[in-house]
Design a protein around this ligand. Sequence first.
Ligand SMILES: *Cc1c(COP(=O)(O)O)cnc(C)c1O
Length: 397
Amino acid sequence: MQEFDPSQYAPETVAIRAGYRRSPENEHSEAIFPTSSFVFANAAEAAARFGGESPGNIYSRFTNPTVRAFEQRLAAMEGGAACVATASGMAAILATMMGLLRSGDHVVCSRSVFGTTTVLLNNYMARFGVDVSYVPLSDLSAWEEATQPNTRLYFCETPSNPMGELVDIRALSGIAHARDVLLAVDNCFCTPALQRPLDLGADLVIHSATKFLDGQGRCLGGAVVGDAERVGKDVYGFLRSAGPTLSPFNAWIFLKGLETLHLRMREHSVNALALARWLREHPKVTAVHYPGLEEHPQHMLAGAQQTGYGGVLSFEVAGGRAAAWSVIDATRMLSITANLGDAKSTITHPATTTHGRVAPEQREAQGITEGLVRIAVGLEAIADVQGDLARGLGRLT
Ligand SMILES: *Cc1c(COP(=O)(O)O)cnc(C)c1O
């Protein structure tokens, strides 16, 4: 069989076909290789492998065929030269920072990133002499002003959770590169099916594969995509020494998840837009935050840098926490869980869960009020999701 060349095919095809080399058994579906080590023909071959003179597998903390297939498929989908898979999304962020930063470096980070990312920066990277400044995601002049001579990395998520705020990736990468800074984009919410940050100038793409890449809430994993030097050498070098590598079982789940990613992301987006429009018309809803709505302040930017608006939205009800909780508690089908990117729709109260540890002033500054509810819209019939929300909304006074 000829080697699959991703450059000759459309993105949907790449997601299904890239990255896999059949074993001598000629299996059709990708094989799982649950093995910790690999065998050498003789002592000389072992020596050559360990010495780096002969390529090939040694040990699954370094490389594993199933993990490699996932890495190569995701790299092709993001348009990156290298990808390393990790045990979780947080391990991907840790490996990026440990692989690329040193004591005395400074990071500028969007204040609207995944909560644990700020914990990692504030409580752990800080201990090793890496400083951080936080800026409002979409405020480009704030990124510029926060940059110091020792700034080495910009880190952001776009669109943000749970407010659906965006940053212009191309503009931000211009600011970064003029100052010799690397730009990392956590592409968890869009996935490469809806947004390719490397095409827009980003240097690194981070994934929590736990979310949409899996798509059915089964296992944890992550990945970093970028160039051969920084990702293929620096991030990979940390990973193989420190050990938070992806298991072949989980890699196989994600590999199969990628095959349906385009289809799912399109449907998540269709469902989320329908729900956002329905919520907007509901008399008890005071605001809806979703980049797909024409009145979203960055609707044009979302249309320009994404090929879809994604599956996550949030909305506000009057009456603060009590009202928000009563809407959540009145649901019978939606899952009350903070996870997202699942076929099952999930509902959560950000102010007391995902953003519960954020200082109240900072929460307010991000727009995360006590009356805010987040929905990660799944793949159920949207009328059923609306019906489940209508019950609690109807009871609000
Ligand atoms: C969940 C998430 C992470 C962390 O991923 P884990 O797989 O839970 O470690 C990082 N960034 C974003 C945007 C996330 O949603």
